[in-house]
Design a protein around this ligand. Structure first.
Ligand code: ADP
Length: 470
């Protein structure tokens, strides 16, 4: 019913894998010299893996119980600046430690890094050992617990797109990330010949992820030169968010090892398509029965599915911040690029913000197309689930399906700027209730800092436009 290797359901609706690597496996692997390094990583606000590489002997001896990190890791911007003004941590509070508690359910081998295993960690308060509420895994777990109270479980899949370049990360950096050459010179959407040229990287990604316990469905070329997509199999939301983070890190590491650069920026170029992270979603009972399918209903969409989708549409202006967290994210919402601009739903229609896939089958599901490849999957899923839960709780009615070209049609616009998205999120009582005041405040602060940095910095565009002509 779930992923092929499912052997049961754990806490937070986790699908347990029968080939999951245990501490016993790790001890043995260390003893025979197969594993010498264990990466223990938490997820930061940007969705990145942050942590330490342990000598494996030390990890199995003690660090598997817990380790520590500076608590600024849950309060920095993209460039790891210590941003002032957070309630949770600051210079005044001395930037102390958080506990990193390895979630041993996430232990896995990392085949592309020799002798290396990886475990993801929950972030806990140093004194109380409670989840730090604004840490991304905790934010998602809170919504999963709310679903569980309602007898529900979320199954999710994120589809990650990115651009692959001929240059290495080092060359890209040294050149100021300018004038990069996409790995392929023309649109490679579904293109088998074109993508044959990048197989050394993409095959290594597929094989590496599969070996790391992330079940891959496929990779494919996407709708611009050098644009790629990785599709992994849907699973419970927490595992999917973990998998998303691991996929992103794997793509970067494997590209780097092959002398190539990649970017997950949502809109790396003015003239090219942006990169998305569509999120496929369905709800199931805690017993594993799909709840979105009703054979007797139009398109096979159950009333629960309709309310869930209605909630996501109603709250889409507020949740956009968690699907498009940066200044750059908003430049992706451009007409005629397969990125949406309208908050409408439609059957199998790639111009709509919400697309229903798998109509009239047990696979009927909601694909949210608003998110960019730069989103933090834990926060994005949490915000979408919070909106869907509100739709279910209030039995919201689903508006009529949109038909045709949504770029041209009527419908509410997705917030066009980070500033607008911040205002929408700030005004949302639903988000405040569902995430908690402090958690929403934490991410609003991050977004406001992002905006104020952008407002402060003089950009290349201004100089080129006005230097002589102003
Ligand atoms: P698309 O038409 O977008 O290419 P695909 O058939 O490739 O759709 O599926 C996209 C993603 O949806 C895959 O990652 C798949 O695992 C996931 N998916 C399939 N069924 C479900 C479901 N019931 N709930 C959530 N995700 C699902």
């Amino acid at each position: 019913m779930f992923a092929t290797l499912a052997s049961g359901i754990g806490r937070f609706g986790r699908v347990l894998m029968s080939d999951k690597l245990t501490m016993d496996w790790l001890r043995e692997a260390v003893q025979v010299g197969e594993i010498d390094t264990v990466i223990a990583a938490q997820i930061d606000m940007q969705g990145r893996l942050m942590g330490k590489r342990f000598q494996a002997e030390f990890f199995i001896d003690s660090a598997f119980k817990e380790t520590h990190s500076c608590n600024y890791l849950q309060a920095t911007d993209m460039e790891m600046n210590t941003v002032e003004g957070y309630e949770a941590t600051s210079w005044a509070r001395g930037y102390g430690d958080y506990v990193m508690k390895p979630d041993l359910d996430t232990l896995r081998r990392i085949p592309w890094a020799e002798g290396t295993a990886l475990v993801l960690c929950d972030v806990l308060d140093h004194h109380t050992h409670e989840d730090v509420p604004h840490s991304p895994r905790a934010v998602l777990k809170r919504q999963l617990a709310r679903l569980e109270e309602r007898g529900l479980r979320a199954m999710m899949a994120t589809e990650l797109e990115f651009f692959l370049y001929r240059e290495s990360f080092e060359e890209a950096h040294d050149g100021g990330y300018r004038n990069l050459t996409p790995i392929s010179p023309y649109n490679e959407d579904y293109h088998i010949f074109q993508t044959a040229k990048e197989e050394n990287v993409m095959r290594a990604i597929r094989k590496g992820l599969q070996g790391a316990g992330v079940p891959v469905e496929n990779t494919k070329g996407e709708a611009d030169s050098g644009q790629e997509e990785v599709n992994v199999r849907y699973t419970d939301a927490l595992t999917m968010a973990d998998n998303h983070s691991i996929v992103k890190n794997a793509v970067k590491e494997i590209a780097w090892a092959n002398g190539r650069a990649v970017t997950f920026l949502a809109k790396p170029s003015t003239t090219k398509a942006g990169s998305s992270s569509h999120i496929h979603q369905s709800l199931w009972t805690t017993g594993g029965e799909p709840l979105f399918f009703d054979a007797a209903a139009e398109h096979g969409m159950s009333s629960k599915m309709k309310s869930f989708l209605a909630g996501q549409l109603a709250h889409a202006p507020a949740t956009t911040l968690f699907l498009a967290p940066y200044i750059n994210s908003y430049k992706r919402f451009a007409r005629g690029t397969f990125a949406p601009t309208k908050i409408v739903w439609s059957m199998d229609n790639r111009t709509a913000g919400y697309r229903v896939c798998g109509a009239d089958s047990k696979a009927v599901r909601v694909e949210c197309r608003i998110g960019g490849s730069d989103l933090n999957p834990y926060l994005a899923m949490a915000a979408l689930l919070a909106a869907g839960i509100d739709g279910i709780d209030r039995e919201l009615q689903l508006a009529d399906e949109f038909r045709g070209d949504a770029y041209q049609g009527k419908g509410n616009e997705i917030p066009a700027t980070l500033r607008a998205a911040i205002d929408e999120a700030e005004a949302s009582a639903m988000l405040r209730d569902a995430l908690g005041d402090a958690v929403l405040g934490h991410y609003l602060h991050a977004a406001r800092f992002e905006q104020s940095e952008y407002d402060r910095v003089v950009t290349d565009w201004e100089i080129a436009r006005g230097f002589e002509r102003a």
